[in-house]
Design a protein around this ligand. Structure first.
Ligand SMILES: Cc1cc2nc3c(=O)[nH]c(=O)nc-3n(C[C@H](O)[C@H](O)[C@H](O)COP(=O)(O)O)c2cc1C
Length: 222
């Protein structure tokens, strides 16, 4: 196999100090407005917007450039219903049997429940799969590198792109999530990591008044 890659000039223009500061401030201000939303309007989202956001997520760096991710977009109401039913079944067991008392206390303050109407109400679901390993063109199993880190970064870019575009999303992790491989017909080398209902917030909704850790407590500078 020929692994050679051509090199091209870097497409980059150095910003002035003022531009640097302005852009970092504007980005911070925008990101402070990102919130998880659990009540969606049924207003549809243009396909192109979703595809642009996924393409942006796919620009993420990845270990040895293996790009170990796959994004499944679900708009079909029948498939959304199947996902909701399967997720609620797992989540009901979680709430009744699998979650520790500590976890129940931690999530109780967010008022989440095992019922997941947003899985049908949101116009789009995006499911992020991580590719634990690859099957190459000769059907040989090949390694991917730093899969969790790479997919975590791509997922962060996806959330950021959705938010920047003006959409809202809910990072949802029904556990276990293996049922998604069956419903979405994904191969066994792919593992679902997060499921995002995506769309517009329902009218007049509220969100928990959460505080962020202060900058000093999440940063150490030498
Ligand atoms: C990996 C991950 C998994 C999450 N899983 C769920 C979930 O299953 N259900 C849910 O309602 N919220 C879930 N959340 C959302 C968090 O509760 C939410 O991000 C957190 O409360 C902070 O709120 P914010 O996103 O508005 O800042 C998840 C968030 C992350 C990052």
């Amino acid at each position: 196999m020929n692994n050679k890659v051509d090199f091209v000039p870097l497409d980059y223009r150095a910003p002035t100090e003022e531009e640097l500061l302005n852009r970092s401030q504007a980005f911070l201000k925008m990101m402070k407005k990102r919130r998880t939303v659990r009540e969606f309007s049924t207003r549809p989202v243009p396909d192109e917007v979703i595809m642009n956001c996924i393409e942006a997520a796919g620009t993420a760096p990845s270990g040895a450039h293996m790009q170990p991710w796959h994004f499944v977009v679900v708009k079909d109401p029948v498939i959304k219903k199947q996902i909701r039913e399967a997720a609620e079944k797992e989540e009901k067991t979680n709430y009744e049997m699998r979650y520790s008392a500590e976890m129940k206390m931690d999530i109780a303050r967010l008022e989440t429940r095992f019922e997941k109407p947003y899985l049908e109400e949101a116009p789009v679901l995006i499911v992020v799969f991580k590719e634990s390993y690859r099957i190459d063109e000769n059907q040989v199993r090949r390694k991917n590198y730093y899969v969790n880190e790479s997919v975590g970064i791509a997922t962060g870019l996806l959330i950021t792109a959705l938010h920047y575009s003006g959409l809202v999303a809910l990072p949802h992790t029904p556990s276990p999530m293996k049922f998604l491989n069956g419903i979405l017909k994904r191969p066994s080398n792919e593992v679902p990591t997060v499921l995002f209902p995506v769309g517009f917030p329902d009218d007049d909704i509220t969100v928990p008044d959460l505080k962020r850790k202060p900058l000093e407590s999440i940063t150490t500078v030498f």
